[in-house]
Design a protein around this ligand. Sequence first.
Ligand code: NAD
Length: 466
Amino acid sequence: MTATTLLEQVTSAEGHKVHDPATGELIGHSPAASAADLDDAVARALRAQPSWAAAGHSRRQAALHAAADAIEAHAEELAQLLSREQGKPLNGPNARFEVGACVAWLRTAASIPVEPEVLLDDESGYAELHYRPLGVVGAIGPWNWPMMISIWQIAPSLRMGNTVVVKPSEYTPLSVLALVKVLNSTLPADVLIAVPGDGSLGKQLTEHGDIAKIMFTGSVTTGKAIIKTAADTMKRMTMELGGNDAGIVLEDADPQAIAEDLFWGAFINTGQTCAALKRLYVPDAIYDEVCQALTEVAAKMPMGIGLEEQNVLGPLQNAKQRDIVARLVDAARDSGARVLLGGDPDAGAPGFFYPTTLVADIDPQNPLVTEEQFGPALPIVRYSDLEQAIEWANGLEVGLGSSVWSSDPERATEVASRLQAGTTWINKHGAIDPRVPFGGAKQSGFGLEFGLQGLKEVAQPHVIQR
Ligand code: NAD
């Protein structure tokens, strides 16, 4: 498979038009699955599931490693397609990094041992806990990290003996169709089936009586709709939803030392990342130094067309998201906040670019702070009382990630323990690891992904007791 033929294999003569978000160029058409196609996919996945479960852990582990080998063999083709469709550059923590992460998450899901747990073994009796397959898992994903997030859903589900029907985002269907094509070059027939379509197809998947579990990653609003729809069939669910991650810098932090990690914490994937740093709280004592160090780092980072090797920041994936970022920054400026960098998009240029933007001296209740911007614009809020900063950080209904920045690890850990989030990083932000569980607090969702806990989430616990 060359880059062209992989793209050709997943595009159709007509259907949903997919454009390059950096240039506006037509990449191809995505096929759209009908309601009948979805029913057929679920029926095939249901038929394939018993023999996949019967294959046992060791054969499934080998199959996941073989699938990871197939991704490695097509890594560059996949990265180029991802870059063209999603917009993210090849370099930096972007397209090649995302394809590499698919391999890492597959191999880790394949490698973690899952054993029955002995719960009780004494004169009163014996009890052990097994983790059985659930059946068919429905996976629904977003457009920001389309390949990596699909793998987060697919890899643990397959490892635990489930089969999977995956519905990619309508904004980035080709990336996921190409990934599934490569995975299916080694997997048995029908254990993994992709059904491209929009939210109505996603809804059909969440209503389907033969889907045992929904793995969903996307917005809080859609997550809530899915929970309601899936109630009738009592589906298991993992909900990885939106966030608005706070970072708190402590007075003893070294502005120069943290500036680059702060930058990437906020601007990874041009800010289109669930657990990116989306609001930064900085104490008066070092406010100007942090703003200056961050501005110097940010101003040096090249933004442009993803396929051009020098770029590390790209366009927004779609016009809707670009307009959300523009609206929030304009409103912040109008409210009197100080724009340190960016905030001045070139209206006539092709693509959905929005410049790297830093906004200082902003009111803590400004919408750029309290709403999820999901793009390259970071508000930097000044504080003089740490208790107040912690209160602001915890003051929203979401709680995916958060971070504390300090030269004193013990003090940072103490502050971290008071933040309401699924993960709190110290002196970094968003640094996920396939061995370490990840999930949201509050309205950022429920259920864990990654590690042994992530495998257990796609299994039915079954106690055998005598
Ligand atoms: P979205 O909720 O608009 O769409 C996500 C998916 O849901 C798409 O595939 C869409 O077609 C589908 N969908 C829409 N309506 C549906 C319905 N009624 N039933 C079933 N499926 C439906 O989200 P998005 O804009 O694609 O993604 C951005 C959001 O995702 C951001 O809020 C971001 O923070 C969040 N996100 C969270 C994580 C995480 O791990 N927590 C990771 C990435 C993105």
